[in-house]
Design a protein around this ligand. Structure first.
Ligand SMILES: Nc1ncnc2c1ncn2[C@@H]1O[C@H](COP(=O)(O)OP(=O)(O)OP(=O)(O)O)[C@@H](O)[C@H]1O
Ligand SMILES: [Mg+2]
Length: 504
């Protein structure tokens, strides 16, 4: 695409103003970044460009002409494809069926050319993650990062002229992000333009040619990296519009943990072929990171800790007693709370309000079930909304209408009404803006100082380095190394994950 201009784009949802006279544009094949706090209008803008929702006013000027985008069909004719933040995949279809859905290749004019569609799907996927995802797997069996990669492949299959990536890297680890960047640079060379939406500023700085910043639905800044420095300090004030100057990535001090206060003990725990005789002890107030390459059993370890899957062999001890469970509700009753990695699948009742999403766990607590007073529930919800700045701050707002980052805040925030003994965080800041990320980790650290044990899996090494007292490195379902506080650094995490120095 040679010229793309979006002028004065406005959009309201009832009383909520999502975009107000937003401006966006570039000329030539560019990788054009878009950043802004949670709820600033990025996804709304992306969905308008893809014809999924209609703008209230404004116009598009594309390759020298004013164009209407009133439907996905219009967008497709213009060569615009969107990799969705909330994924557009059908769980019961296979990877390749999802990738080519609605664009199946034909043999002759009538017969389905499944083989051709599959071949093309393999080619696109292998370009992104060689050999990692089988095209015959069902989407429901994939982890969040794999689903995200399929979502990107689906957009690429449409051979767009303008590809919009809406937080496509939020669930991806460094290695996959690097691979994706190589691919999009090559696509740019081949004549594609890319709109790249992300909260990770290092990504923006690394890959984008220019950048737009939205705040409260308005364009508040444009930075042309060909002329201006690639400097986070110039971007952060535009995003926040306030005093917040960015996260201080400083390692938290070493805690004095009392040896005898072991809260969790795993004794040779196995689960399917994903956890293989895993043993460890974790203390009260400790923040333990789970590292290693993707898919080495981290997800299953968190699920086992959360009581969602049964321990098949070995023993799980909680506060000195054996804990057996098949459902997270047993864990909730014990004070073990999970922030799941896939908020859409495991974390939210999308059609229900913020209030309901926050108070539902209370129904699992036997003693409270009969005595829930509506007034108290509004108070609890209101306090959480305030504490982690859920926007809009309305208890009755339906969760599916919240922006992605605000949905994530609901998933995390619901546990703040209790005094967690253990909190299991599976990539908790996915899609959360930098200011909120800072306050979420502040809360996590406050909790740990009061005695809450935290187990953290994150796709960002920085979050592990800055917050953890100890890190377990996982490989093929085993904990192969433990890194103590003073040794936790990027280099060590990467080398240990790759098993550098290990034989065989
Ligand atoms: N269908 C809808 N109904 C009501 N409000 C909506 C709807 N879709 C979006 N909004 C609101 O529009 C605003 C902008 O949301 P949007 O999803 O565009 O934000 P975003 O910049 O993508 O945020 P995030 O970084 O969290 O993904 C938010 O206040 C959101 O609650
Ligand atoms: Mg969004």
């Amino acid at each position: 695409m040679n010229l793309f201009e979006a002028n004065n784009i406005s959009k309201r949802f009832g009383g909520v103003v999502a975009l107000i006279d937003a401006e966006f544009g570039f000329s030539g094949c560019k990788i054009c970044g878009l950043v802004g706090a949670n709820g600033s209008g990025k996804t709304t803008f992306a969905r308008i460009c893809a014809g999924l929702i209609n703008k209230d006013s404004g116009n598009f000027y594309i390759d020298g002409e004013t164009k209407d985008i009133n439907s996905p069909f219009d967008a497709e004719k213009l060569g615009i494809a969107l990799a969705h933040q909330n994924l557009s995949l059908i769980p019961d279809l296979t990877v390749w069926e999802n990738i080519c859905l609605g664009h199946e290749l034909r043999k002759g004019k009538i017969f389905p050319g499944n083989k051709n569609s599959m071949d093309l799907s393999i080619e696109i996927l292998n370009d992104l993650v060689p050999g990692e995802i089988s095209i015959n797997s069902k989407i429901s069996t994939l982890n969040p990062a794999q689903k995200q990669i399929v979502e990107i492949a689906k957009a690429l299959y449409r051979k767009p002229k303008l590809l919009i990536l809406d937080e496509s890297t939020a669930a991806l680890e460094y290695f996959h992000v690097e691979k994706l960047f190589e691919k999009i640079k090559q696509l740019k060379e081949d004549g594609m333009s890319i709109i790249f939406i992300s909260h990770r500023l290092w990504e923006i700085i690394k890959i984008c040619d220019l950048l737009y910043v939205f705040r409260n639905g308005k364009t508040v800044g444009k930075i042309d990296f060909e002329k201006e420095p690639r400097d986070e300090n110039l971007i952060v004030p535009l995003i926040t519009g306030g005093d917040f100057c960015g996260i201080n990535y400083i390692k938290k001090e070493k805690k004095n943990l009392i040896e005898k206060n072991v809260i969790i003990r795993f004794d040779e725990v196995s689960y399917r072929n994903k956890l293989n005789k895993v043993s460890f002890e974790i203390k009260k107030g400790e923040i333990v990171g789970i590292g290693g390459l993707h898919g080495q059993g981290q997800e299953e370890l968190i699920m086992a800790l959360s009581g969602a899957v049964p321990v098949e062999s070995g023993k799980y001890y909680f506060e000195g007693k054996e804990f057996r469970s098949r459902h997270t509700l047993n864990a909730i009753r014990k004070g073990i709370y999970l922030v799941p990695g896939d908020r859409q699948k495991d974390g939210l009742f999308n059609n229900h309000s913020i209030l309901r999403n926050i108070i539902y766990p209370r129904f699992t607590l036997k003693k409270e079930r009969l005595f829930l007073k509506l007034k108290n529930l509004y108070k609890i919800t209101g306090d959480i909304i305030k504490k982690i700045s859920i926007n809009p701050p309305e208890s009755e707002m339906t969760v599916k209408n919240l922006s992605g980052g605000n949905q994530q805040k609901v998933v995390f925030g619901r546990w703040l009404q209790f005094q967690p003994k253990v909190i299991l965080l599976n990539d908790p800041t996915k899609g959360v803006d930098i200011e909120t990320k800072d306050s979420l980790y502040r809360i996590v650290n406050e909790l740990s100082l009061k005695g809450t044990t935290v187990i953290l899996y994150s796709s960002s090494n920085e979050e592990i380095i800055c917050n953890c007292d100890r890190v377990f490195i996982m490989f093929e379902g085993k904990i192969v190394e433990e890194i103590e506080h003073e040794d936790i650094c990027e280099d060590k995490l990467i080398k240990s994950s790759l098993r550098v120095g290990e034989k065989g």
